[in-house]
Design a protein around this ligand. Structure first.
Ligand SMILES: [Zn+2]
Length: 353
């Protein structure tokens, strides 16, 4: 036996040992493990849910992980975003780069493709190319509708997930076989109408629950165990001990996305909602559709996150070096940056859409 074949034998043994407990599990087995090693998964948003998804799938041996995020690591992330360390926050590393660094230490046998970008209509279809499954780790509905429309159009399964406070929700979308996000919620909630993690907070256990269900569903899809998918909208509240399952196994024939094939969010007009205001170190963000903001309740939600004042015409919210001015129609001017991606991120965090 020459040295190359000894190395090859050791390598195989090491790989088998790494995944041995998972291969012993009936649902996966050697064939399933091989499928995982030859799969590419896209994770959009590498915050709390994305951290848990990326770590689990890297440990499970998914061969290619593409991770997309527009944000940097901050110290307020460390309480629940398990992929990051104090040093990542000090260096303000982009989340995908920090995640890729850590994943290389967790599993050096797989490929990680970190992409620092603001997901929009112009890049979503390219991002999902050659991906077997897309996992939702985002914090806003605009991106989720983009994911939904692109995945339905290109027949890629995706797994919706969201968490705020102690409440979370998840659903697996298999285009044309199960309901899609628009079958259930044709429109996103109004801008500035719902709590976000940056206004209402979030606790780690609900992240773990939502991410665990998303990861299990991804493993079932990747190993062709579709019969075991939960086929529902699952809702959990780990504080109030409320667990619900709403059946969502049939697509709606009049659904704009999977029924009628309209894919509104993929149209270029859908991206006109952001513009840099020349010479003002500010970006204007428009809501995805008309709405009317109640300043009193928005001010109450924002009160714990920074200084907030409002009059009959506008609401001003200061957080760190950024100032958000919100008008009644949810149009907002974000001062302190001329980067659209950063402005969108602040809008999603504090106004919410
Ligand atoms: Zn649909």
């Amino acid at each position: 036996m020459d040295s190359t074949s000894i190395d090859a034998t050791c390598y195989t043994a090491a790989v088998n040992d790494r995944y041995s407990r998972q291969i012993l599990f009936d649902g996966i087995g050697p064939k399933g493990q091989d499928r995982l090693l030859h799969s590419r998964v896209l994770i959009i948003g590498c915050g709390a849910l994305g951290s848990a998804q990326a770590e689990s799938l890297a440990r499970a041996g998914v061969g290619d992980l593409r991770i997309v995020d527009r944000d940097f690591v901050e110290s307020s992330n460390l309480q629940r975003q398990t992929m990051f360390t104090e040093s990542d926050a000090r260096e303000r590393l982009p989340k995908t780069i920090a995640a890729a660094n850590h994943i290389k230490q967790i599993n050096s046998e797989i490929n990680v493709e970190p992409i620092v970008v603001d997901v929009n209509h112009s890049n979503i279809e390219r991002l999902i190319e050659e991906c077997a499954v897309v996992l939702d780790g985002t914090d806003n509905f605009s991106t989720r509708y983009l994911i939904n429309d692109a995945c339905v159009k290109h027949n890629v399964s995706w797994i919706y997930g969201a968490a705020v406070g102690s409440y979370g929700v998840t659903m697996t979308v298999r285009p044309h076989q199960t309901a899609c996000l628009r079958c259930l919620f044709e429109e996103a909630p109004d801008a500035a109408s719902a709590p976000t993690c940056d206004t209402a907070g979030v606790i780690m256990p609900i992240i773990n629950v939502v991410a665990a269900v998303q990861i299990a569903e991804a493993l079932k899809l990747l190993t062709s165990n579709t019969v075991d998918l939960h086929c529902s909208l699952m809702q959990f509240d780990v504080w109030r001990n409320d667990w619900r399952k709403i059946k969502a196994d049939s697509p709606r024939t009049d659904c704009p996305s999977c029924g009628l094939g309209l894919f509104e969010s993929l149209a270029p007009e859908s991206n006109e909602g952001a513009a840099v205001l020349c010479g003002r170190d500010a970006v204007q963000i428009l809501p995805s559709r008309p709405t009317s903001v109640n300043f009193e309740s928005l001010a109450a939600r924002l009160a714990g996150s920074g200084a907030v004042k409002f009059n009959d015409y506008l609401l001003r919210f200061q957080t760190g070096k950024f100032e958000l001015t919100v008008f009644h129609d949810a149009r907002s001017i974000i001062r302190g940056t001329d980067e659209i991606a950063l402005a969108r991120s602040l809008y999603a965090k504090y106004i919410g859409n």
